[in-house]
Every structure is written in C-alpha cells, then in structure tokens.
Design a protein around this ligand. Structure first.
Ligand SMILES: Nc1ncnc2c1ncn2[C@@H]1O[C@H](COP(=O)(O)OP(=O)(O)OP(=O)(O)O)[C@@H](O)[C@H]1O
Ligand SMILES: [Mg+2]
Length: 294
C-alpha cells in the first residue's frame, strides 16, 4: 500500500518550513487559501467557539460540511505548484497548531498502471488518506499532474475504464466531506482545461500560478545569490534579462532561474573563481525560458 506514495511526510516539518522561506510570493497565496479553508479545517474549534458564545452548535456549522476540501493548483511548468502544496499544508498545521500527514501519490506507479488499474489506485490512495486522518490530525493528499488521471470525460477517445476512474475519483472527493475537514486533497495541473468539469466545480479554491514578474525575479536573484555583492542595479538587470522583453514574450519560470540559470552560472565559476554578476548575465543570455505549456 505505502508504495503508491512517493513519500509520507509528518507535519509540521522543519525541512518544508526552510524551503518555504525561499518561496517568492508565497504569503499572499497562503493567506488566500487559509482564509478560504480555515473554518472547514477547524470544525472542532468552531464547535467549541459556538458553544462558548451561543451555548449551542449553530446549524451553520454543519452546513460548512457541504464544502469540498479540494484545492486545485493550476499553472505553467516550473511555477511552483508542487513545492507550494507541501508548503501550504505545513503552514496550515502551524497556524492551526495541529499535526498532519502529507501523502503524495506516486507518478511512477501511475505510469506503470494499466488503464483498468487506475480506479484501484484511486481507491487505495483515498482509503490510506482516511486511515491517516485522525481526531487531531489532518491528512493531505497531493495528486500531482492530475490531468493525467482526471481528464475530462467528454473526450470521445477516452477509454471506458478511464471514465470509470474519473467517476471513482469524483465519488471519493464527495466522500471526503464526511471527514469534517480532516482530509484535504490537492490536485495540480498545467492544463486546467483538460480537467473534468465536475472536479473543477467541486474545488473550494483554484489557485493560479504564474511565471514570476519583474519584482519576483529580482527577489529570486536577491534571495538566491544576493550575498555575492550584487548591486540593486545589477539585480534589476538580471530581472530584466530574464523577462518577456528579452525572450520573445515569455519570461523565465521560477525553476528556469533556480534550477538552470543559477546552477549553470555556478558551474562556470566553481572551483577556480568567485560567482559574479558577469557569469550570471552571460548564462542568462545563452539560455532560453522553458516553453509554455498550453
Ligand atoms: N515561488 C517560488 N519562489 C522561488 N522558487 C520557486 C518558486 N516556485 C517554484 N520555485 C522553484 O522552481 C522549482 C520547480 O517548482 P515546482 O516543481 O513546484 O513547479 P511546478 O509548478 O510543479 O512545475 P511542473 O508543472 O513542471 O510540475 C522549485 O524547486 C523551486 O526551486
Ligand atoms: Mg509539479
């Protein structure tokens, strides 16, 4: 059973907290999600609150259960969907002072699975999610690249078994509501329009991820390599060079900068000289942003 997940991480988690610190623009995304979901996530607290101030459990509390604990993360490749899912889960647990588990459905297992087994995989994943969701413990499941599983049933080419798997998934999402906010599902996709309409309709929130803008690129360079002594002007030049204007209307993504530009610039300098503005600048000019996924 456990091998259908890439990893099972206990929350809160120090490593995730450290990684979150380096995520540009994370706070505003988190605030949006948290204000949307905190009532759903803390139904125990809500009941206590209601009894304390109103002596009864107000009917509105049970009505909250009609909301689906589903968060869709949508956006182009390398814009931070996968890394943000665990960051959001971790921060939620810190805010609510609860413990949690983060399960990530393995894409490897999914790739191996024959069409007819997709339904079983979905069943197994959700039954483990339910097992992990305890009284004071919230379980999170991430279905990454969800369009591969949950693509719209309206396409004619779709196999009967694939349609059945999407139906199963929808049914499982419906059942999650019975757990009163103790299980949360994230689905990421870079092709939102391929996701099944019934799934999109159930999302409590659809969070859009974009390639970084000028200020975010500047911030990314500053937080990653600012300490080599880059001036404000130089940081702006790097942000400019990785922007739309210099690259056929398509900016570098977060991962283009973090995982391609900067490592390559470092490898140009290591071990003989210090990393400098010039090496980073030259690397950018030699590279192109990753193509946009449509
Ligand atoms: N907001 C951000 N701030 C800083 N770095 C970021 C941010 N978002 C993403 N990154 C960097 O980009 C890398 C890729 O992010 P991630 O894997 O989450 O992208 P993704 O949207 O899931 O892409 P894909 O659609 O290809 O799966 C991360 O490892 C991180 O280094
Ligand atoms: Mg991803």
């Amino acid at each position: 059973m456990s091998n259908i997940f890439d990893n099972i991480v206990e929350l809160p988690n120090k490593g995730i907290q450290e990684r979150t610190k380096n995520l540009v623009g994370f706070d505003s995304k988190f605030d949006r999600i948290f204000s949307n979901l905190k009532l759903l996530l803390d139904q125990e607290g809500l009941i206590e609150w209601s009894k304390k101030f109103h002596k009864v459990e107000l009917p509105i509390i049970s009505q909250l259960q009609e909301k689906y604990p589903l968060i869709i993360l949508s956006g182009d490749a390398g814009t931070g969907k996968t890394i943000s899912a665990e960051a959001i889960a971790d921060r939620m647990m810190r805010e609510l002072k609860k413990d949690g588990f983060f399960l990530k459905l393995s894409t490897r297992v999914r790739g191996e699975g024959l069409h007819g087994q997709m339904g079983n995989l979905v069943n197994d994943a959700f039954s483990e999610l339910k097992n992990q969701a305890g009284k004071r413990r919230i379980a999170f499941l991430l279905i990454d690249e969800a369009d591969a599983i949950a693509s719209t049933r309206s396409t004619i080419q779709m196999h009967q078994e694939e349609k059945a798997a999407v139906n199963t998934l929808i049914q499982k999402i419906d059942e999650l509501r019975e757990l009163n906010g103790r299980a949360i599902l994230f689905m990421s996709t870079n092709r939102l329009h391929f996701l099944d309409e019934a799934i999109i309709r159930r999302a409590a929130i659809i969070l859009e991820f974009e390639r970084p803008n000028f200020d975010e690129r500047k911030q990314l360079f500053e937080s990653s390599v600012g300490e080599i002594g880059l001036t404000d002007k130089e940081l702006e030049t790097l942000a400019e060079l990785t922007g739309e204007k210099h690259n056929d209307n398509l900016a570098f993504s977060f991962s283009d900068i973090r995982l391609r530009v900067l490592p390559e610039a470092v490898s140009k300098c290591f071990p003989s000289k210090a990393l400098d503005f010039k090496s980073i600048k030259e690397t950018i000019i030699q590279l192109k942003p990753s193509p946009k996924i449509i």
